[in-house]
Structures are given as C-alpha cells and as structure tokens.
Write a protein that binds this ligand. Structure first.
Ligand code: ATP
Length: 269
C-alpha cells in the first residue's frame, strides 16, 4: 500500500501554516514554489532553478514536514521514499527502484521527489567496513545518474533530508546535484511557542495553560518533541477525565519526557 502511495504521488494538503517557525528555511524555498507553480514562465525566460535541495538539521526539526508543505504549497505531486528502504525493502532492486521513481515523477510534472535519511545510502563510497556495499553503491550511483540527467527546465525537484551532512559522499553535493542546502535548526523560544500553538490548535486548554512558560521550560526540544509533549499532556488529562488539558498535565508530561530521555541516555552510555 505504501508503495502504491509512492507510485501514485499524492498532492499533500500540508502547507506552511503547519510548519511553525523555520522562517529562513521557508524563505529559501520560496522560489522553488514559484517555479513549481508556473514552470512555463521560468522556462520561457530561460531561468534554471536548482534541482537538488538538501534539507539539513537535527532529528525532529521538521525536514519531512517542510518537504511535504513545499509540495502542498506548490500543489504538486509528492513522491517520498526513505533511503533506508532501498537497502531494507528493495534488496537487490534498489537501483531499478530509483529509476522507476524518477521516471514516474518525470511523467507527472511538476513534482517533488523526497528522499528521507539520505545519509543511510549516501555515505562516502568505498569506506564500508568489510566492503561488500555494492547494493548501496549501485543505488547511490543511480541517484547521481538520475540527477545528472535532468534537463535545466524539467519541473522535478529532488529534496533530500539528512541529520548527518558530514558523512555524505562529496559526489552528492557537486553542482547540479544536491548543491543547494537549507538548514532547519532546533527552535528557539519564539519558535517553540509557535510550534506549541500549532499543535494545540485542536486541544481544549485550561486557562492555567501558559504556552510561553511551557516553551521557556523546554530548551533543546525539537518540533517532534513538542508535538509529543502536547500529546502526553492530553493523555495525562484524559486519564483524569478532565474536559481540558491543564498546566499540571503539561508539567507531568515534560517531566516524563525529560526523565525518559535521561534514562535512555544512561542505557546507551
Ligand atoms: P527526522 O530527522 O527524525 O526524520 P524530521 O526533521 O524529518 O525528523 P519531521 O518528521 O518532519 O522531522 O517531524 C516530526 C513531527 O514533528 C512533524 O510531523 C510535526 O508534527 C512535528 N514538527 C517538527 N517540526 C515542526 C515545526 N517546525 N512546526 C510544527 N510541527 C513540527
């Protein structure tokens, strides 16, 4: 079923309103949206837009969300794939799967291909322990070949996400490939308030709840952590059969998440 969705390429209903903060990143991809909305205009003026954009940033900062919102804003088909799937699911057929994905996206322009966890496949070639990474290398080479095959005016944008840009094969970053980089950082105080506001849109909040205070007490939390925090607080409220989520629920949820993180750090140490 997931494969079907990938092949069909839905137009996401996610928009920039769902992505809180990250104003710089939004601004940097604005011209791509203009291009995807009206590729003919760019083509007639001979303007070439970059085809490969690398979204970089720590886990949970909204890279996938941003890619989806970009497709939603532009109103174009979205073809997502997780690079680790090439290795785990498409064993032996990674390269042909890449070919197929690009072919479908090219037939359905304007479109966006989104490769999540690019680093799992795009690590520097030829350094794998014990060698034998042919499958991965072939898949990576196919991605490079597909990107080199783009004509300047083709209305397909390839977005890739990574939280380890440092380990990527330099070949991926050459001009014409993933040569444009957009960074998504952990949110600052203002960003955390904005993210909490988005995720409490449909949550009944008790008047005791002060989102600024919650944001002030959650430094280092990513967007994904804050989403989790809201959900944990709502669950805590639901357990006590309240009609609204209280500040005490948020405090309890925060302590649970921070303790959980501390515990997993101890275990992995
Ligand atoms: P990973 O590197 O772990 O794949 P990611 O950077 O792709 O993470 P997402 O999967 O996009 O992060 O984020 C997970 C969820 O966290 C999103 O679906 C969204 O609900 C929430 N989230 C993250 N960042 C934001 C944000 N800036 N605004 C609103 N929600 C956010």
């Amino acid at each position: 079923r997931q494969l079907e969705a990938q092949i069909k390429g839905d137009i996401p209903d996610t928009t920039f309103e769902d992505v809180a903060g990250q104003d710089n990143a939004k601004q940097e991809v604005q011209e791509l949206i203009e291009f995807l909305r009206n590729p003919e205009q760019f083509r007639s003026l001979g303007a070439e837009v970059p085809h490969g954009i690398l979204l970089m940033g720590p886990p949970g900062t909204g890279k996938t969300l941003m890619a989806k919102a970009l497709a939603g804003e532009a109103g174009v088909r979205f073809y997502p794939i997780s690079a680790s799937e090439f290795i785990e699911v498409f064993v032996g057929v990674g390269a042909s799967r890449v070919r197929q994905l690009f072919e479908t996206a090219r037939k359905n322009t304007p479109s966006i291909i989104f490769i999540d966890e690019l680093d799992s496949i795009g690590r520097t070639r030829g350094t794998g322990l014990g060698g034998g990474h042919d499958e991965r290398e072939q898949t990576l080479n196919q991605i490079l070949a597909e990107m080199d095959g783009f004509a300047g005016h083709e209305a397909v944008i390839v977005l890739a996400a990574t939280n380890r840009p440092d380990v990527l094969d330099p070949a991926l970053l050459r001009p014409g490939r993933f040569d444009r980089h957009v960074t998504l950082d952990l949110p600052d105080l203002k960003g955390r308030v904005a993210i909490l506001t988005v995720h409490t849109r449909h949550v009944p909040l008790d008047p005791t709840v002060d989102l600024s205070k919650i944001a002030a007490g959650t430094p280092g939390f990513s967007g994904a952590d804050l989403k989790n925090l809201v959900n944990e607080a709502a669950m805590a409220g639901a357990r006590t059969q309240s009609t609204a989520v209280t500040m005490a629920n948020f405090d309890e949820a925060r302590d649970k998440i921070i303790l959980g993180t501390a515990r997993s750090l101890v275990i992995s140490a």
